[in-house]
Design a protein around this ligand. Structure first.
Ligand SMILES: Nc1ncnc2c1ncn2[C@@H]1O[C@H](COP(=O)(O)OP(=O)(O)O)[C@@H](O)[C@H]1O
Ligand SMILES: [Mg+2]
Length: 250
C-alpha cells in the first residue's frame, strides 16, 4: 500500500517558483488499479516522478506499507519495490533486449518470450537486438513496460503506456494489465486518457491544476464525460463555431 500525505511539489519555472502539485492525499491499496487522468500539464507525470523519487517533494510524506520513503533515493525506492515506466523512455545503449530484461528482473524468474509477447513484441525479432537509435518510440516504450513487468513490484507506475503504440499492441497491453491485476498483489497506477484503460480502473483519480479534483469509479467517470458539453470554454469573446479566418481575426 502506498500512502501520499499532504504532499506539495514546487519547481523552478522561468522567472519564479511554480506550484505543480498541491496538497495531494492518496491511499493506493495493493491489488488495485488506479488510473490517473486529467488535462495536459495537470501534474500527472510530476506525481509519478514524486512516487518514484525522481522529484523530491517540498512538503508532505510518502509511505510504502507504512514505512516512510519520503527521503529515500530512486535506487532505494526501486529496491523497496516501486517501478516506473516513463512517458518518454530513455534508450539503454549497447544492451540487447534479453540482457536489459534480465537485468531488470534482477534474479526474478521470468519468461522473457512471454514478457515480450505481453507487450505486443515478437520475441524472435527482438531478443538479441541491441537497443539503439533504430528502435521506434513505440518499440522502446514497450520494452520499457516489459522491464517494469519483469520486476515483482509492490507499486508499478505506467505513464501514458498507450503513447506511440499501435492498436494491436495496445489491446495486448490492456490484457496484460488485467492479467497482472488478477495474478499479482501489485498496486498498479496508470496515467492515461484512453477509455479502454480507464475501464480497467478500480478507481479513477482526476488531477487538474496540480490538485486532485475527484476520485471516482470508471462507470461514473465515463458516464459524466459522455454528457460533457462539447462547446469550448475559452474566454467570453471566443467565437464559437467560427468558420472563416475573418471571423476568427475580428
Ligand atoms: N522541471 C520542471 N520545471 C518547471 N515546470 C515543470 C517542470 N516539469 C514540469 N513542469 C510543469 O509542471 C506542470 C505539470 O507537468 P506534468 O506533470 O508533466 O503534467 P502532465 O503529465 O499532467 O501533462 C506543467 O505545467 C509543466 O510545464
Ligand atoms: Mg505527463
Amino acid at each position: 500500500m502506498l500512502t501520499i500525505k499532504n504532499t506539495n511539489v514546487t519547481l523552478d519555472g522561468n522567472d519564479n517558483k511554480v506550484e505543480i502539485l498541491k496538497n495531494i492525499n492518496l491511499t493506493l491499496e495493493k491489488k488495485k488499479i488506479y488510473v490517473i487522468t486529467g488535462p495536459n500539464g495537470g501534474g500527472k507525470s510530476t506525481l509519478a516522478k514524486a512516487i518514484m523519487g525522481i522529484i523530491t517533494v517540498n512538503d508532505g510524506q510518502l509511505f510504502l506499507d507504512n514505512i516512510e520513503i519520503t527521503n529515500q533515493s530512486i535506487t532505494e525506492r526501486a529496491r523497496s519495490g516501486i517501478g516506473y515506466a516513463f512517458q518518454a523512455p530513455a534508450r539503454f545503449k549497447g544492451l540487447t533486449v534479453r540482457k536489459m530484461l534480465k537485468l531488470a528482473a534482477a534474479g526474478n524468474k521470468i519468461d522473457i518470450c512471454q514478457l515480450l509477447y505481453d507487450v505486443g513484441l515478437c520475441a524472435q525479432d527482438y531478443l538479441d537486438r541491441e537497443i539503439d537509435a533504430t528502435f521506434s518510440g513505440g518499440e522502446l516504450k514497450r520494452i520499457e513496460i516489459a522491464s517494469v513487468l519483469a520486476r515483482n513490484l509492490k507499486v508499478a507506475v505506467f505513464d501514458e503506456p498507450e503513447a506511440g503504440i499501435d492498436l494491436w499492441s495496445f489491446q495486448r497491453l490492456t490484457g496484460t494489465f488485467e492479467k497482472i491485476h488478477e495474478k499479482q498483489d501489485t498496486t498498479i497506477v496508470i496515467i492515461s486518457h484512453q477509455e479502454r484503460i480507464l475501464r480497467l480502473a478500480d478507481e479513477i483519480i482526476l488531477l487538474k491544476d496540480g490538485e486532485i479534483s475527484e476520485i471516482t469509479t470508471h462507470e461514473k467517470f465515463l458516464d459524466k464525460i459522455s454528457h460533457l458539453d462539447s462547446d469550448c470554454d475559452c474566454r467570453s469573446d471566443c467565437i464559437k463555431g467560427g468558420t472563416t479566418n475573418a471571423e476568427c481575426n475580428r
